[in-house]
Design a protein around this ligand. Structure first.
Ligand code: NAD
Ligand code: ZN
Length: 252
């Protein structure tokens, strides 16, 4: 019997174009909580009530306290072996590869991924809600500086992320869907696969005759559609998958 991870490696060996879709789960082993996990301090808030334009308008300080807290966790975190395995896959596939992430933490870039798009923006990006001023600001704010003001006009800055209910950046979305039409395999990692339109990408691959490999300790709406499901933490199983892909003898 071939194990699921061997089956996944075999599928990758036969793959011409690989689309990888990641969600919060790939960063969980770096210590960054997923939205569905327990956040301790922020337990009593639903991210769906914080990551919205309405919440920012109603209580910008509260929204920024949450983003500022997440920034702090991200600055302390490091990419894990799951992120690193995806850098190896990118090297293996070259231009027959695109990594599409829903994450805003920048850990893929810190690991060394290059052929990638961020569908939901970046938590360190800042945009002025009044004049449109933008900057990348990789730092946390002291509590008394929240919410931060625009250095140009004094208006309210917002995090450069896609809030619930907002549209996704057009160019990133275009590239992601173009890759999904080309891909004969989608590797879907650590996403609950319920936030659209990102969640539509695996279906797009499937509709064009491609196959799915899912990496998630838990079952999701995609599990029953996947050729192979690896129900393990990404940081543990992805390095094994990459090793198997490179080994001539799969049993080794
Ligand atoms: P989600 O929180 O809805 O789902 C996370 C998924 O990861 C779950 O299905 C869970 O079973 C799985 N998971 C948990 N630990 C894992 C591990 N070690 N290995 C593999 N899978 C694991 O996240 P989502 O689907 O990405 O959607 C929520 C939205 O919030 C997205 O936009 C997401 O990017 C954003 N978000 C981003 C971050 C981040 O940037 N790190 C963190 C939280 C939420
Ligand atoms: Zn401004």
């Amino acid at each position: 019997m071939t194990s699921p991870v061997e089956q996944a490696a075999e599928l990758l060996r036969r793959t011409r174009f690989l689309l990888v879709l990641t969600g919060a789960g790939i960063s969980a082993e770096s210590g960054i909580p997923t939205f569905r996990g327990k956040d301790g301090l922020w337990n009593r808030y639903d991210p769906q009530d914080l990551a919205t334009p309405e919440a920012l308008a109603r209580n910008p300080r509260l929204v920024w306290q949450w983003y500022n807290w997440r920034r702090g966790l991200i600055l302390k975190a490091r990419p894990n072996p799951g992120h690193e395995a995806l850098v190896h896959l990118e090297q293996h596939f070259g231009d027959r590869f695109l990594l599409v992430t829903q994450n805003v933490d920048g850990l893929h870039q810190r690991a060394g991924s290059q052929r990638m798009v961020e569908l939901h923006g970046n938590i360190f990006q800042e945009v002025c809600t009044r004049c449109g001023f933008e900057r990348y600001h990789e730092a946390t704010y002291p509590e008394e500086a929240l919410p931060p003001a625009c250095p140009q006009c004094g208006g309210l800055l917002r995090p450069g992320v896609v809030f619930f209910g907002e549209t996704l950046p057009e160019e990133a979305l275009r590239q992601a869907f173009a890759a999904a039409r080309q891909a004969d395999t989608a590797l879907v990692i650590g996403t609950s696969a319920v936030v659209y339109p990102a969640a539509a990408l695996p279906y797009e691959v499937k509709n064009h005759g491609g196959r799915l490999i899912e990496v998630n300790p838990e079952a999701t709406p995609l599990t029953s559609l996947a050729e192979v499901s690896l129900h393990e933490p990404a940081g543990r199983v992805l390095p094994r998958l990459v090793r198997l892909l490179h080994s001539r003898n799969p049993k080794a």
